[in-house]
Design a protein around this ligand. Structure first.
Ligand SMILES: CCCCC/C=C\C/C=C\C/C=C\C/C=C\CCCC(=O)SCCNC(=O)CCNC(=O)[C@H](O)C(C)(C)COP(=O)(O)OP(=O)(O)OC[C@H]1O[C@@H](n2cnc3c(N)ncnc32)[C@H](O)[C@@H]1OP(=O)(O)O
Length: 178
């Protein structure tokens, strides 16, 4: 279903359907919303975004990263920004890159069974455009750990071109923090 939704969002983003199809689609979506409202659950019960075995953890609105390497202190992977993530002129939206980085930082921060942490800061430098619909490389590693602070470095590259880099602070949650 998530794969279908992902494909659907790309068709929406990249299409210019006829008016009668837009109207029919809106009605279909409204019907599904009503059905899904009956299946509403608390956050702890939801499945969306909680399936690490699926691309993008089972989120349709997250760029689908495929990890090629994971150890306790670093990771590597590939990601393609679909049409849905277009900013302008064939380039991925900067916010989509921030979303990608925050998620990757979360993944990196919890490697090696480390305790739960939250993003303190995410400082991004956009060095070159990141094109959509091509495979980009993502990498992340620990710079250092200081008490509750984990400082990480992330990179997004297209071939030999560095598209964006970030320094991220993840802070270990204190007892009672959620
Ligand atoms: C959403 C939760 C993630 C759940 C992960 C779940 C499972 C993991 C499994 C797999 C992972 C896969 C994917 C992960 C998914 C998503 C990851 C997304 C993560 C996020 O998207 S998360 C949402 C955005 N995030 C926030 O919503 C944070 C709001 N905020 C706060 O919750 C507090 O602000 C907090 C807790 C950050 C700190 O607060 P606090 O009271 O606990 O600690 P305190 O302030 O004492 O800071 C301690 C030391 O950090 C330094 N420090 C703190 N902040 C700093 C800053 N900005 N700049 C420079 N230094 C800073 C202090 O200066 C001090 O340093 P020092 O000890 O040296 O003095």
């Amino acid at each position: 279903m998530i794969a279908s939704l992902r494909a659907f969002l790309n068709r929406i983003a990249g299409g210019r359907p006829e008016e009668h199809d837009i109207t029919a689609l809106g009605a279909d979506l409204d019907r599904w919303s009503t059905t899904l409202a009956e299946a509403a659950v608390e956050e702890t019960e939801q499945v969306y975004g909680r399936r690490p075995d699926l691309l993008g953890r089972g989120q349709a609105t997250w760029p689908a990263v495929r990890f090629t390497h994971l150890d306790d202190n670093s990771l590597e992977g590939v990601v393609t920004f679909d049409r849905y993530f277009l900013g302008r002129h064939g380039v991925a939206h900067g916010g989509a890159i921030a979303f990608l980085f925050d998620e990757i930082a979360g993944r990196l921060a919890h490697l090696g069974g480390r305790p739960m942490a939250r993003t303190g800061y995410l400082r991004i430098d956009f060095r070159a455009i990141a094109p959509i619909e091509v495979e980009l490389r993502i990498s992340g590693r620990y710079l250092r750990e200081e008490g509750r602070k984990r400082i990480l470095r992330l990179e997004l590259a297209h071939g030999d071109t560095l598209c964006a880099e970030a320094e991220v602070l993840m802070v270990t949650l204190k007892p009672g923090q959620r």
